[in-house]
Design a protein around this ligand. Structure first.
Ligand code: HEC
Length: 171
């Protein structure tokens, strides 16, 4: 008898708890959806929380730097393909395109405000491309090209590990 009443009571409690649980779950679900949809556009604009140092630039400066970056990657790719094909003339030409001579003259207007280490790494990269071009013509060795390219791309890795750009309209 007592047992039967307990069961009935327990069932009643279970039922109502269940309804409350579902209601809570539904409300939490809705809140999550609202939070996620509201936060998503924001979070893409927030600066990343990584450990790289921020280099503040204007949107135009950023565009100039990234354009140069894309030409660096293009040079690296051209050099690898040409070197594999034993076409050392193309290797030298591609390296010179991103050498010191062909640096964007407009970059000179703002390089002074970039961190010293950043500037040094950037300049070292251009100089090493020049050296690669000269050495390719001098030694005509595909092995040497690959060795130099390996060393040179260490600059890309070092800089990318240390810095990121941030645009600040006030700059
Ligand atoms: C002196 C520093 C430095 C050096 C050296 C450097 N980079 Fe970069 N690179 C950057 C920064 C800073 C960014 C932007 C990263 C960010 O803001 O998250 C970047 C971005 C890039 C991008 C993306 C471009 C885009 O349009 O978004 C490519 C590709 C790239 N670098 C290739 C290279 C290659 C290849 C090398 C070496 C041959 C190299 N970089 C050397 C600093 C450097």
């Amino acid at each position: 008898m007592g047992k039967a009443r307990n069961t009935a009571t327990a069932d009643g409690i279970d039922m109502s708890q269940c309804k409350i649980c579902w209601a809570i779950a539904a409300v939490l679900g809705l809140i999550s959806i609202v939070l996620v949809t509201q936060r998503m556009p924001d979070s893409t604009l927030e600066p990343s929380q990584d450990a790289r140092a921020v280099v503040s630039v204007t949107p135009e400066e950023r565009e100039m730097i990234l354009e140069e970056m894309r030409s660096l990657l293009e040079a690296v790719q051209t050099i690898i393909v040409a070197n594999n094909a034993g076409d050392l003339n193309t290797v030298a030409v591609a390296a010179r395109i991103v050498g010191r001579e062909n640096m964007n003259p407009r970059a000179a207007e703002f390089v002074a405000k970039l961190p010293l280490d950043f500037r040094k790494l950037g300049m070292k990269t251009h100089v090493q491309f020049d050296t690669l071009a000269l050495d390719t013509e001098k030694f005509e060795s595909t092995e040497h090209v690959f060795q130099q390219l390996g060393e040179l791309t260490g600059n890309c890795v070092a800089c990318h590990r240390s810095y990121r750009l941030a645009t600040n309209e006030a700059n």
